[in-house]
Design a binder for this molecule. Structure first.
Ligand code: 5GP
Length: 377
């Protein structure tokens, strides 16, 4: 047994220090970034924020909405071949360039990817996603997928330490390594297994390792407010992936709770498992979304739904919550505007003309209290 005594930090442990500068006004700050990927040799330009490949947030509707805002989406693994073929068919859907096809490491996952890719011609972005990216089997699988798709942008994870980032970039030929073990809003790995790494330090250390090789990292999980996203970019993340912050929007899929009213003034909770059409047929004139069931992809809810229940040797490592309805992602003052506004403001405060310059302009101050939560966050 060994103890590392260096202090490791989370987003909540730091704040970004403002700096005197000839800072441009917020409206001139450039939040788009351009990347050239190490292994696929391709380039991408956009706002490097990605919706997580959870079955509620990694949806085709989310991909269409976020593509319009210059952001990306990792589609979840549970779409059918025909849905995926329709989606990735370039002639019909230009949005597909800003979406990742996600798969796990089973043979059948690879066979499904090959079927879809053969039908549509090619898949531009591939995300190989496992809870524990620390096995050689995983590295070999990433390498195999790279051999089969030499020109695809490959994102692989999750890991949270530099040596495994280097392994995935060098041996696996990944372009982007996804960073985060246990920080997620509906993740319970740290409670169940006692395993993880404070996310801000993981991002700082892994970004340093990846950038030394000209690889890229995606900070995955743990952002609860737009300021956390600014901290992740300040720490060196090339991309930031969000689950909980995108949950509860119109673009999500899953089980909604509704509220109903006959006259539009007196509202009550609708019975569960009824669709809006059924509720209207029951005489409710007004039916509105109230909350979305949002659960971890290793939660009992997800395992029951997709894997036929928990095996005896395995514990769930995710939980389920009800996320209040938040409207559309691109509503005025909606999540996209808040994220972009937060990033431009962070850049302006530290004198960065663009998101690209944010890490070199960032000084983090360690603190015990980042904000006043007297009236909530
Ligand atoms: P959030 O943005 O909600 O804080 O984190 C989203 C991330 O949590 C996902 O991209 C994924 O990496 C992680 N995640 C999703 N479901 C689970 C789960 O059931 N268990 C664990 N350990 N992590 C999860």
């Amino acid at each position: 047994m060994r103890i590392e005594n260096d202090i490791k930090l989370d987003y909540k442990d730091v704040i970004i220090r403002p700096k005197r500068s000839e800072a441009p006004s917020r409206k001139n700050v450039v939040v788009e970034k351009t990347y050239r990927y190490l292994n696929s040799k391709s380039t991408w330009t956009g706002i490097p924020v990605i919706a997580a490949n959870m079955d509620t947030t990694g949806t085709m509707a989310m991909a269409k909405a976020l593509a319009k805002c210059g952001m990306m989406t990792c589609l979840h693994k549970h779409y059918s071949v025909s849905d995926l073929v329709n989606f990735f068919d370039k002639n019909q859907n230009p949005v597909s360039d800003s979406a990742f096809y996600t798969l796990g490491i089973k043979d059948e996952d690879l066979e499904k990817l090959i079927t879809v890719a053969n039908t549509v011609g090619t898949i531009r972005n591939i995300c190989i996603d496992v809870a524990n990216g620390y096995t050689m089997y995983f590295v070999d699988r990433v390498k195999r997928i790279r051999e089969r798709f030499p020109n695809a942008v490959i994102m692989a994870g999750n890991v949270c330490t530099p040596e495994m980032v280097q392994e995935l970039v060098l041996s696996g030929s990944a372009d982007i390594v996804k960073i985060g073990i246990g920080p997620g809003s509906v993740c319970t790995t740290r409670v169940v297994a006692g395993v993880g790494y404070p996310q801000l330090s993981a991002v700082i250390e892994c970004a340093d390792a990846a950038h030394g090789l000209r690889g890229h990292v995606c900070a995955d999980g743990g952002c609860t407010v737009p300021g956390d996203i600014a901290k992740a970019f300040g720490a060196g993340a090339d991309f930031v992936m969000l689950g909980g912050m995108f949950a509860g929007h119109d673009e999500c899929e899953g089980d909604w709770e509704y509220r109903v009213s006959k006259d539009g003034t007196l509202w009550e909770k609708a019975p569960l498992f009824k669709t809006p059409t059924e509720l209207k047929a029951d005489g409710w004139q007004h039916v509105e979304k109230e909350a979305l069931a949002f659960y971890g992809m290793s939660s009992k809810a997800a395992i029951d739904k997709y894997s036929g229940g928990l095996k005896s040797y395995r514990a769930a490592e995710g939980k389920q919550v009800a996320v209040p309805y938040k409207g559309s992602v691109y509503d005025e003052e909606g999540v996209v505007q808040k994220i972009v506004g937060g990033l431009t403001s962070a850049c302006a405060y530290v004198g960065a003309e663009s998101l690209k310059d944010l890490p070199k302009c960032t000084t983090f101050v360690r603190c015990y209290r980042t904000h006043n939560d007297h009236f909530g966050a």
